[in-house]
Design a protein around this ligand. Structure first.
Ligand SMILES: O=C(CO)[C@@H](O)[C@H](O)[C@H](O)[C@H](O)COP(=O)(O)O
Ligand SMILES: [Zn+2]
Length: 194
């Protein structure tokens, strides 16, 4: 089985190399969009399912606490953590509304939604994008494969960062690197390059 393990490493390296050729302009635009929102007194909401829920929380924790340097906490919130809110929305309405209902309550004009889905087709993330647009928020979509239903919802103000892969796990591995690039971009922009 070591050959199989080695092939995962190789495929992941190849996916990151391809992403490094394609994604930097989109990551830069996403980072600047986030910096502008923070400077404008706005916040960043994040959401996703499964491994992407972990990524949503990974991002918000590195803004609220810190990334790699000492600095004040920054306004970010993952919509994937409040089990009472999510289970009551799923129970009373639909699982598809667990993020959108929170966005309609918490989101304000100028806020950002970081929408994470490897397929781009998770209904609750698609509906989160729709709710974000209703609240005049800007969307930064972290996706993969063909972009899914999410891609067709995005406006020219939004940013799509689509990983060039069809393998969920490989896409997620690049999503985490993108999240760290966004955190670094934000810190360098707001507090200077180190
Ligand atoms: O982490 C993994 C697979 O590596 C899974 O938990 C994965 O996140 C789940 O299957 C999600 O439901 C997939 O949703 P999405 O990425 O297509 O939006
Ligand atoms: Zn995973």
């Amino acid at each position: 089985m070591q050959d199989r393990i080695i092939s995962h490493f190789g495929n992941s390296i190849e996916t990151k190399a391809l992403a490094a050729e394609q994604l930097p302009p989109f990551i830069e635009r996403g980072g600047q969009t986030m910096v502008n929102a923070i400077l404008g007194g706005n916040k960043i909401l994040s959401c996703g399912n499964g491994g992407s829920a972990g990524d949503a929380q990974h991002f918000s924790s590195e803004l609220l606490n810190r990334f790699e340097r000492e600095r004040p906490g920054l306004p970010a919130f993952a919509l994937t953590t409040d089990s009472s809110t999510m289970t009551s929305i799923a129970n009373d309405y639909s699982y598809n509304e667990i993020f959108s209902k929170q966005i309609r309550a918490l989101g304000n004009k100028g806020d950002i939604l970081l929408a994470i889905s490897t397929s781009g087709n998770s209904a609750n993330v698609v509906q989160a994008i729709q709710a974000a647009h209703e609240r005049e928020m800007t969307v930064i979509a972290l996706s993969g494969k063909d972009g899914g239903d999410m891609a067709s919802l995005l406006t020219t103000d939004d940013v799509e960062i689509r990983v060039p892969s069809t393998v969920t796990a490989r896409i997620q591995e690049v999503h985490l690197l993108v999240i760290h690039c966004l955190c670094d971009y934000i810190d360098c922009s707001l507090f200077g390059e180190e």
